[in-house]
Design a protein around this ligand. Structure first.
Ligand SMILES: N[C@@H](CCC(=O)N[C@@H](CS)C(=O)NCC(=O)O)C(=O)O
Length: 212
């Protein structure tokens, strides 16, 4: 089986990159330069007309959306235990990814590009403030979920890196997340994983290549 991941630095394509690595999958990477609009090229739009990464090509067939891609990876590589073993916990892991994808990620997008959500002059600060408030509420909920635990389940599973990516973006946007001690401990634990160190090194090399 041939796997190709369409990825862009700093984006949520980090999530399947890490899970494919955790699974020991053989895959290649197509790094997209979003600043140059490569996600709007005819070649990329043929794979994903929604002009978004990640896209996972499985034997040439594109699969989009983090929830689906990471569910596919977890089911394709069961030995990697990227889902918890109890069937209902597997559903809960998918539920967590749905929360991160639809309940947290869109607020991060508002912080990053407020004008895409409201283009009224002078509205950017208000869009960002509303998004920051929603993020605060969501991170507080996650903080309670992570109290006294290393990961969302009893070992590392696919949603852990999705949450890591959300918190990483919040940190990069300088949101006040340090107060969420359990989230921050999870974040630091994630950064100790070889798969995460590997993607961060790849991200840096890609950003350097794009800047050259
Ligand atoms: N719901 C999608 C969201 C993907 C997404 O928003 N990707 C962003 C990067 S984090 C993107 O490619 N944005 C480019 C654009 O919208 O043009 C998923 O979970 O995969």
């Amino acid at each position: 089986m041939k796997l190709s991941l369409y990825y862009a630095p700093t984006t949520c394509a980090l999530v399947p990159y890490v899970n494919l690595t955790e699974a020991g999958a053989d895959f290649d990477i197509h790094a997209i330069n979003m600043r140059k609009g490569q996600n709007n090229s005819p070649e990329f739009l043929a794979l994903n007309p929604q002009h978004k990464v990640p896209v996972l090509l499985i034997d040439g067939a594109p699969l989009t959306e983090n929830v689906a891609i990471n569910t596919w990876i977890a089911r394709q590589y069961p030995d990697a235990r990227l889902f918890p073993s109890a069937p209902m916990d597997e559903i809960r892991a998918i539920s967590l990814m749905g929360w991160f994808g639809s309940g947290i990620h869109p607020h991060l997008a508002r912080i990053n590009s407020p004008a895409k959500f409201c283009d009224a002059p002078g509205s950017a600060d208000s869009v960002r403030a509303q998004a920051a408030k929603a993020l605060d509420e969501n991170f507080a909920i996650a903080d309670k979920r992570l109290a006294g635990r290393e990961f969302f389940f009893d070992h590392y599973t696919a949603p852990d890196v999705y949450f890591y990516w959300c918190l990483r973006r919040a940190t990069q946007f300088e949101l006040p997340v340090k107060k969420f001690g359990h989230c921050m401990a999870h974040f630091e634990r994630m950064e100790q994983r070889a798969s995460v160190k590997n993607v961060l090194a790849f991200e840096k090399a890609t950003l350097d290549r794009f800047a050259a």
